[in-house]
Design a protein around this ligand. Structure first.
Ligand SMILES: [Fe+2]
Length: 401
C-alpha cells in the first residue's frame, strides 16, 4: 500500500537525483595490464606521494602477493610504513589504529593493497586524516568528509568489491557491530593500478564470492536505475556480460589470466555503476550479516542476490530481461528471460559451492537485522520495490534454512 512512508522515500530520492548532478562522480585515473604493478613506484614519485602508509592484510604478506608490490617500491627507494591490522570486515578500531600508524609515521599518502577490507579501511583512514577529532561513527553517512584527503592509491587483489572506484567505505562499529558506510566523492581513490597477476593467488572460493559481489553491484545498480545516467547503465551491462563470460572460467582455472583480467575490469565497471546507481536490499541485509556474524561480504551477496531479485517480482522483469539479452540468455517473454537470468545465478552458485540459503540468523537478531537494513536502504537506495518492516521480515524468513 502506497502511504506517507512511500511518499517520504520518493520525495527524498527525487532530491538525491537532482543533487547527484552536482556531485563529482569519476573513475580513478587507472592503468590496467599484466605486470603493471611494477609501474607503481614511478607513479608514486610522479604524483608526489611522499612517505606512504601501505594498508593491506596479513594474508597477502603470507601469500607473497604484497611482495610483488613492496619489492619494486623497495628497489625504487619509496619510503613506506606497513599497516596490516585489518579484519575481514574492517572495524572502527582498525581505522583508529591505522590512523595512528599514519600520523606516528608522518605519512602523506595511502596505498591500499587487497580486497574490499583494506581498501575500505584505507579510505576511512583518509577520512580520519581530514577530520582527526571525529570518530568513525561520526563520519558514517553522506558527505560528512567533504574536505581534502591524503592521496589514495588503490591496488585491488580481488575482483569484486569495486572499492577502487567507489565513494564508499564500509566499516563495522567495534562496539555495536553495526556495519555502516562513509560516503563521499572525496574518498574515490585518485589512482588505481589493475594488475591481473595480483589476482592469480585468489583461491577458487574467494574468486567465486568476490565475483558474485561484482555481479550484485551491477545487477542492483541496473535494476535500481532511478539515479542512473547512461554511463551507469552501460557500465552495469558490460560488467554483467564480462562476469557471465569469465567468472566461472576464473573459478575453474585460477591461472587463466584473460579471465582474471576481464573480471578485474568487470569489478571496476560494476563499482562505477553502483557508486551512483546505488545498491539495494541485497547489500542492506548482507551488511548486517557481516556485522553481526562476520559473514564474508561476497558470500552474503551471493546467497541473497537471486532471492531478492525473485522477491521483487514483475517490477524487475524488464531490467533483468535486458541483462539476459546482453548475456544471450533466452526466453519467450520478459518474465521468462528474467527467471532464466535468476536461474543462471543460482546455477553458478551451485557450481561454485555457494550455499543456497542463510543458516546463521538467530531469532533474537531478526528485529535488529530488519531495522539496520531499513536504516541503510530507505530512503537512500532507489530500489525497484520499497520494502517496509513486514516485507523484510517475510523476506528474511524465506531465506533462512
Ligand atoms: Fe558489495
Amino acid at each position: 500500500m502506497y502511504d506517507i512512508y512511500n511518499l517520504a522515500c520518493d520525495v527524498t530520492q527525487c532530491g538525491i537525483k537532482v543533487f547527484d548532478y552536482f556531485l563529482g562522480y569519476r573513475l580513478p585515473e587507472y592503468i590496467c595490464g599484466r605486470g603493471f604493478i611494477n609501474r607503481l613506484p614511478q607513479m608514486l614519485k610522479d604524483k608526489g606521494a611522499g612517505k606512504v602508509l601501505v594498508v593491506t592484510e596479513k594474508a597477502l604478506i603470507d601469500l607473497g602477493t604484497a611482495k610483488k608490490m613492496l619489492g619494486p617500491m623497495d628497489e625504487a627507494g619509496i619510503e613506506y610504513a606497513l599497516f596490516t591490522d585489518v579484519e575481514q570486515n574492517p572495524t572502527s578500531d582498525n581505522v583508529e589504529a591505522g590512523f595512528r600508524a599514519f600520523t606516528d609515521n608522518a605519512c602523506k599518502s595511502v596505498v591500499a593493497l587487497g580486497g574490499g577490507a583494506p581498501m575500505d579501511c584505507a579510505k576511512a583512514i583518509c577520512a580520519k586524516a581530514a577530520h582527526p577529532r571525529m570518530s568513525t561513527r561520526q563520519l558514517h553517512g553522506i558527505l560528512r568528509v567533504h574536505k581534502r584527503v591524503p592521496l589514495l592509491f588503490a591496488i585491488p587483489t580481488t575482483s569484486g568489491t569495486g572499492s577502487e572506484t567507489t565513494l564508499a567505505s564500509v566499516i563495522t562499529d567495534s562496539k555495536t557491530r553495526r556495519k555502516a558506510s562513509i560516503n563521499d566523492p572525496v574518498l574515490i581513490p585518485k589512482y588505481a593500478v589493475l594488475d591481473p597477476e595480483l589476482t592469480l593467488t585468489m583461491p577458487p572460493g574467494l574468486t567465486a564470492t568476490t565475483g558474485m559481489d561484482a555481479l550484485c553491484h551491477a545487477v542492483e545498480a541496473y535494476t535500481n536505475h532511478f539515479y542512473n545516467t547512461k554511463v551507469e547503465n552501460i557500465m552495469a551491462v558490460r560488467a554483467v556480460k564480462l562476469i557471465y563470460d569469465n567468472l566461472y572460467k576464473a573459478y575453474q582455472d585460477g591461472s587463466d589470466i584473460d579471465a582474471r583480467e576481464n573480471m578485474q575490469i568487470a569489478a571496476l565497471y560494476a563499482g562505477r555503476a553502483f557508486t551512483r546507481g546505488c545498491v539495494g536490499y541485497v547489500h542492506a541485509v548482507g551488511h548486517t550479516l557481516g556485522g553481526l556474524y562476520g559473514v564474508p561480504h561476497g558470500k552474503a551477496m551471493a546467497i541473497l542476490l537471486p532471492h531478492v531479485m525473485r522477491a521483487f517480482g514483475p517490477a524487475v522483469h524488464k531490467r533483468l530481461a535486458e541483462l539476459a539479452d546482453a548475456c544471450g540468455i533466452t526466453g519467450s517473454s520478459d518474465a521468462e528471460k528474467a527467471e532464466n537470468f535468476i536461474e543462471w545465478i543460482e546455477d553458478m552458485k551451485r557450481k561454485m559451492n555457494i550455499p543456497e540459503k542463510l543458516d546463521m540468523i538467530k531469532d533474537e537478531d531478526t528485529d535488529q537485522i530488519i531495522k539496520w537494513a531499513m536504516r541503510e536502504a530507505n530512503p537512500l537506495y532507489p530500489t525497484p520495490v520499497l520494502w517496509k518492516y513486514n516485507d523484510l521480515k517475510a523476506f528474511i524468513d524465506s531465506v533462512r534454512e
